[in-house]
Design a protein around this ligand. Structure first.
Ligand code: GLP
Length: 241
């Protein structure tokens, strides 16, 4: 595991974008796993800037997103599909057919989870998986629990996550209670992982993930068992490390 300390959010975003760019340049048809939330917004902005300068080409890149709220359509501004289009896809030359996101509108969890696992399988493995981390140590939407879920599954979001994510909604009642997410095995099978974290609210989760016991009660702790993890975080997120 490599931990890079960033001066601030801008520095973090540039460092993370540099690592993703290197992957795109070295493998123009790479499979990149993408994350949502506040943390990657600066990284995506930086990637767009370099794309517009002509330094990056997404024409062969394939993407696979970690998660999506169950019940939200792709054109709902709170959906992760909408987030990805607004914050990255609509501003770069990625072909629509290369984009993969769980379908929040599929009501039948068994059907959607099986479909998404097949998508992942057909892509032949993720080259670089970008991750944020929840304040409770969740990765994707793999919430703290009694076991590590392997493959794509439907989760009941914890109160902590609903509360944390309510900042993106008009009211807490609008936050969906369920989500589809890649499982821990899907994430761990990525060839490389880049985790970004910013702010004091992540400090405990960062400590527990990288220096605590490996336990499903802190899903991020499983990353200690991956052999190619890069962490880019600001001082506040690393303050307990
Ligand atoms: C959300 C997402 C995660 C994300 C995390 C942190 O619930 N499902 O993929 O990493 O929370 O989000 P943020 O970066 O906004 O703190």
């Amino acid at each position: 595991m490599r931990i890079y300390k960033a001066k601030d959010y801008n520095d973090l975003s540039r460092k993370a974008a540099n690592i993703i760019s290197a992957q795109i340049i070295m493998k123009p048809d790479a499979v990149i796993g993408l994350a949502t939330g506040a943390s990657p917004i600066g990284t995506y902005k930086q990637l767009i800037e370099w794309y517009k300068k002509g330094d990056l080409d997404f024409s062969e890149i394939r993407t696979v997103n970690l998660d999506e709220y169950k019940g939200l359509a792709a054109d709902n501004p709170q959906s992760y599909a909408y987030y990805m289009h607004t914050n990255l896809f609509d501003s770069v030359n990625i072909p629509a057919e290369n984009i993969n996101i769980p379908n929040g509108l599929e009501f039948d969890a068994a059907i959607e989870c099986a479909r998404y696992d097949t998508v992942l399988q057909k892509l032949g493995g993720i080259d670089l998986q970008l991750l944020g981390i929840g304040g409770n140590g969740h990765i994707g939407f793999n919430e703290p629990g009694n076991n590590f879920d392997k493959s794509t599954h439907c989760v009941a979001l914890t109160e902590n996550t609903i509360q944390a994510n309510s900042r993106f909604f008009d009211s807490i009642d609008e936050v969906p209670k369920f989500a589809y997410t890649m499982g821990i095995k899907n994430i761990m099978q990525a060839k490389s992982i880049l985790l970004i974290a910013s702010g004091e609210a992540k400090a405990q989760a960062m400590y527990d993930s990288f220096y605590g016991p490996i336990t499903p009660s802190c899903p991020g702790s499983i990353l200690q068992l991956h052999n190619n993890v890069t962490v880019v975080a600001d001082e506040a997120a690393l303050s307990l490390i």
